[in-house]
Design a protein around this ligand. Structure first.
Ligand SMILES: Cc1cc2nc3c(=O)[nH]c(=O)nc-3n(C[C@H](O)[C@H](O)[C@H](O)COP(=O)(O)OP(=O)(O)OC[C@H]3O[C@@H](n4cnc5c(N)ncnc54)[C@H](O)[C@@H]3O)c2cc1C
Length: 311
């Protein structure tokens, strides 16, 4: 599946119906490719079509659809996700946004980009008022567009000749995501302080040093996939899109690059402190405090300092 940056229009067969208005709207917004994702519609006007299907998705199952779409989002990295505004659309959009750390706005009647942020309008007070929502940069907007209004007026937007790619994502994608969910997440989910290690802790000793520090502080230990695939941490410790979502007061990320799939699980931490030897690592974009240094040196120094204070 090719990487795209642009708008992902979701057409879930059980809900949205014909997605052509949404595709036209995506093209009018002009923020990159317009990709149709789902199982409904012929893709007319879209730059890319990604069919999501399989037995688990033949019934209107909110969780199955949200998990399948989360894995498509991880692959496509869209800057905007557009849904219709039926009840099923809204349910899937909310679950998806929670899963990927995005922000959901439903019942939207108009959407525009003011050059800095995406601005959504929606009707309130039984249609007698309009609420304006500005979507913070850095948060993936998941927007449910109501019928009519901006959606209908978008149909005269420039149209692509024909979808350039057509990919099939079968239910295996959803099944993989489900299987990766940890069974022992709740403790980590509630932790006020979390120490997380990635591939940059350098080995089992680095992870052991992180665990020792966490024990000293009574904190939870977490990991990115980089540490897990190396066998230094368990799947139950994984934070991210296919792991636990945490909301601690303090999240210390050591040797973690800051891939979006990891950040989806920790971006709601109140304070994020990152330790990474590469000053260009993406994690520093999310960190309140960043330390450009070797992970082991920082872990040893912290442990020595904290043990000294405690004794
Ligand atoms: C569908 C999908 C779902 C995914 N879900 C998740 C998920 O839920 N959670 C998750 O974590 N990942 C997930 N991933 C994987 C994710 O994309 C990244 O590959 C992964 O998070 C990278 O882990 P890492 O940052 O530990 O490793 P790396 O990307 O290898 O980064 C290691 C970092 O450590 C730094 N470093 C190296 N040596 C040192 C040192 N001595 N001192 C300090 N820093 C050092 C490097 O500069 C680098 O930034 C998913 C991927 C996909 C496609």
């Amino acid at each position: 599946m090719p990487a795209m940056a642009g708008t992902m229009v979701v057409a879930v067969p059980a809900a949205s119906g014909d997605p052509s208005e949404l595709i036209a709207m995506a093209r009018r917004l002009g923020n990159g490719n317009a990709a149709l994702v789902g199982g409904a519609g012929d893709g007319a006007g879209a730059d890319e079509v990604h069919v999501v299907g399989g037995a688990a998705l033949e019934v209107p199952d909110v969780r199955a659809w949200a998990l399948a779409l989360a894995s498509v989002c991880a692959a496509l990295q869209p800057s905007l996700v557009l849904f219709g505004d039926d009840a099923f659309d809204r349910a899937v959009a909310s679950y998806l946004a929670q899963r990927i750390g995005g922000g959901v706005v439903t019942g939207v009647t108009a959407l525009r980009d003011d050059g800095r942020r995406l601005i959504a309008e929606r009707a309130v007070l039984s249609g007698s008022g309009v609420e304006t929502c500005a979507i913070r940069p850095g948060v993936l907007p998941v927007v449910c567009m109501a019928r009519g209004g901006a959606r209908a007026s978008a149909v005269d937007a420039p149209v692509a000749d024909a979808p350039t790619t057509r990919h099939v994502v079968d239910q295996q994608a959803a099944a993989t995501v489900v299987d990766e969910r940890p069974s022992s997440g709740p403790g980590l989910r509630r932790a006020r302080t979390v120490r997380a290690g990635g591939a940059g802790v350098g080995g089992p000793e680095g992870m052991a040093a992180l665990r020792a520090l966490a024990e000293t502080l009574g904190a939870g230990t977490a990991a990115s996939r980089g540490a897990i695939v190396n066998g230094w941490a368990t799947a139950a410790e994984k934070v991210g899109l296919t792991g636990v979502s945490v909301t601690p007061e303090l999240y210390l990320a050591v040797g973690i690059s800051g891939a979006s799939q990891h950040m989806a699980g920790c971006r709601r931490a109140r304070v994020l402190v990152a330790v990474n030897s590469d000053r260009g690592a993406p994690i520093f974009r999310y960190a309140r405090y960043g330390i450009v240094a070797d992970s082991r040196a920082v872990l040893d120094a912290l442990r020595a300092r904290l043990t000294g204070v405690a004794s």
